[in-house]
Write a protein that binds this ligand. Structure first.
Ligand SMILES: [Zn+2]
Length: 469
């Protein structure tokens, strides 16, 4: 069976002022043809899973960019044109499409739904789609997909497996062995990111149960992305069953009802920076990883907030590590040179290392990529033994190689400030004595009640306490 391979992944935070442009995708990853195969073979990503899924892979077009703001209309149209043109040119039995599910364009708030609509109109044959666990799934996506497979872990460590699952499902559909019937339920619910660790979340026990039901081909719990102010924002429950629409409906209803009944358990209370830093200084389980929830790079934030670092300095903490996206400060360090003293404005220190910012990750980490490029980077050490890593590109902290490649030993620090919530824990849990999620401000703040929405459904829980499903 010949399967066309396509990918377009972006998590769009609509609360950011800076739009996402075509160059952001070009710079991060954009491949077609044999370059796509070379780029993704072996990767712990669904695109790597497609290629390992026992099908004859026909490479089309795939791109992704680091989470950031809404895509400009031109960007969406340029990428959509490349993807659809590539699909049209293929002679295949079906398609495997890696989408994020929370991509927002100026002209299409449901960008993923629009891509699938255009693809469906352009080609024949089944379309099996993979989506991130943070997808805001719409009826439009379901309508134009033949079947959908979502990640089941956060941190996302099963991306490759889900790609393989999608490939196997496509093969069975093409062979006529199964007849997929889909069901989607979208209760009015936003689940705060602080409780989205799937290994500790009852929703994923329920999901594991449903996956054992005879006739269920695949099932997914999508926790949604509430940093996107769109009509389909929210949690959703999706099931695809073999030839039995009622079974798919029943399974989705089972998942949604059990979640809704326990929704009050999904509203966490996190410590404020002052409390969290005091706790970290006193803790005997060093290093303590302080998760900067409000400056979550994987959710689109800037990686420039110093709320936690400044609080550490204020309370006299020692040996703190922080990674900041500060291209201009990197240039100051480059000009000053290794072993020179530099004044960063918020700290003084010695430039210890300057690196090219490229690194390789060999372990399975959230995001599934293997090659990182954070741009030219500088490591500054202060008299208080603080380690300040400054990068030229904005990068989510999914790999410790980000700092190890510059000569840092994170396990020797007292406090690690980590710009994320759940996803970076795959990298940081092995070295951290303790992980503390902190209620910091920013465009990825934990509490959905702190955002001024214009386009979401009303009412929704927990933004409106009184709400029905
Ligand atoms: Zn995600």
């Amino acid at each position: 069976m010949r399967a066309g391979i396509l990918g377009f992944l972006h998590e769009s935070n609509t609360f950011l002022d800076v739009p996402t442009i075509f160059e952001d995708f070009e710079r991060t990853s954009m491949t077609s043809g044999t370059a796509l195969i070379e780029r993704w073979t072996g990767a712990h990503h669904e695109l790597g899973g497609f290629l390992a899924g026992g099908i004859e892979a026909v490479p089309g077009f795939a791109t992704f960019a680091v989470p950031s703001g809404t895509l400009t209309a031109d960007t969406f149209e340029a990428i959509a044109a490349r993807l659809i043109d590539a699909a049209r040119a293929m002679e295949v039995d079906g398609f495997l499409v890696a989408l994020h599910g929370a991509t927002v364009a100026e002209n299409y708030p449901d960008a993923d739904g629009e891509i699938l609509r255009r693809l469906r109109a352009a080609v024949t044959g089944p379309i099996v789609v993979t989506l991130d666990l943070h997808a805001n799934v719409s009826e439009k996506m379901v309508k134009h997909a033949t079947a959908i497979v979502g990640y089941r872990t956060n941190p996302h460590l099963d991306q490759r497996e889900r790609g393989i699952e999608a490939a196997h499902l496509l093969r069975r559909i093409v062979d006529g062995a199964v007849r997929p019937m889909q069901a989607l339920l979208t209760p009015p619910l936003a689940v705060p990111i602080a409780v989205q660790k799937t290994s500790e979340l009852f929703l994923f026990d329920d999901l594991a149960h449903v996956l054992t039901w005879p006739g269920v081909l695949s099932a997914s719990v999508f926790l949604g992305f509430y940093y996107a102010d769109v009509a389909e924002m929210g949690t959703s429950f999706y099931v695809v069953a073999d030839g039995d629409a009622a079974l798919a409906d029943r399974a989705a209803r089972y998942l949604a009802d059990r979640c809704w009944a326990r929704r009050h358990e999904l509203v966490p209370k996190l410590p404020a920076p002052e409390e969290a830093v005091a706790h970290a200084i006193a803790s005997e389980k060093k290093p303590v990883a302080l998760m900067d929830v409000g400056d979550n790079v994987g959710g689109g934030s800037s990686a420039r907030s110093r709320v936690l670092f400044d609080e550490c300095v204020r309370q006299g903490a020692r040996s703190v590590m922080v990674i900041l996206h500060e291209p201009e400060l990197v240039q100051s360090c480059v000009r000053a040179g290794v072993r020179s003293e530099v004044d960063l404005g918020f700290a003084r220190g010695i430039v210890k290392t300057i690196g090219d910012g490229r690194f390789t990750e060999t372990k399975v980490r959230h995001g599934g990529w293997t090659h990182g490029d954070q741009g030219v980077s500088a490591l500054v050490e202060t008299a208080e033994d603080h380690t300040i890593v400054l990068t030229s590109h904005r990068m989510a902290p999914m790999s410790l190689e980000q700092v190890i490649s510059l000569g840092v030993h994170p396990e020797r620090k007292q406090i690690l400030i980590v710009k994320g919530t759940i996803a970076p824990q795959a990298a940081y849990a092995p070295v951290a004595g303790e992980i503390v999620l902190v209620d910091t401000p920013g465009p990825t703040a934990n509490d959905p009640r702190s955002f001024a929405y214009k386009h979401r459904r009303v009412p929704m829980f927990p933004m409106e306490a009184e709400c029905e499903f």
